[in-house]
Design a protein around this ligand. Sequence first.
Ligand SMILES: [Ca+2]
Length: 367
Amino acid sequence: MKKISLLSTALLSCLLAGCAGSSQSASNRIPTISANTAYTKPRTLDNFHDYVQFLKGKAAAEGVSIATLNAQNNIRYVEKAVALDRAQAGRIVKRDPNQPPVLNPNGTTNYLNKVLTNNKVNVAEDRYWEVQVPLQRASQRYGVQQEYILALWGMESSFGHYQGRYDVLSALATLAFDGRREALFSKEFVNAMKMLDRDHIQRTKMLGSWAGAMGQTQFMPSAFLNYAADGNGDGVKDIWTNQFDAFASIANYLHTVGWDDKLPWGIEVTLNQPLDLALSGIEKHKARSLREWQAQGVMPLGFSAQEQEKLTALSNVDLWLVRPDKQVGRAFLVSNNFRTLLDWNKSNYFAVSIGMFADRIKERIGL
Ligand SMILES: [Ca+2]
């Protein structure tokens, strides 16, 4: 009691309220800012802290508590995140609208050679036996075949090994401030604040990739809020360190957006005659049956037992023709499951790599 009586009233109230220091009290008042308000000051580094306060104002407007917002100090500008984001943007070729697009018939093959190596299949086989219990539990509970959960886990974080070590709030604030994709990253910043406000994770453990993708599932904060699941029943959705939770979250995501565990992702096909490119794509109205596609010269490419089994499963469902490299290169007939993979990541290359990885895991393990 004697000790406390020595403290000033101001300091005592500060301790009880958990404030970060009286010198910051002016900036601790966070006015709410509506989601569509634009930041009008110059985006120079000396305004970064001011911009973070602006983002906190948007989070306050969406119901994040002032206590949570004020507790998030040390949100820093991450130069590396901007450099990596610009490098990624630079790889998206900006083409002259008057010139025809450059077609690469080896696009799909080159991508698969890079991400779907024999080594990765070997590791998947080893890991399968180690994680069988959590994997089977998630597979059964959410109705997603084990090989697809394993494939996504393997591709997203190298089986949990690579999750990224960036402070997620800092990465998201930086990329929002940079402005190239401000709407996306400011929304994710607000969602990250909601995760902290709801006690899903402590700030010091909220680590992820330079773009803010977190844990073994590499979920952005919005994906976490929508799809993360508690696989081991301890009341926590820990996609960083718990395999039960990571697998449940992957399977819950796919299940929620329409996965059907009776179906494979699709098959590779060859076109026996030229087909209008407008027939390909995953829009609802472009669906045809296997028989209808075959009548247009779209023929299955593989004859293995696995391909035959897939053909049988796909014989009476909607199928879409996907041509990742446009008029040239490889082609695929895909089920609605492929469309749910595109919900996860809108790249055709990515979805094909997950499907083929799952097929190889299934074959290797004998699932
Ligand atoms: Ca859990």
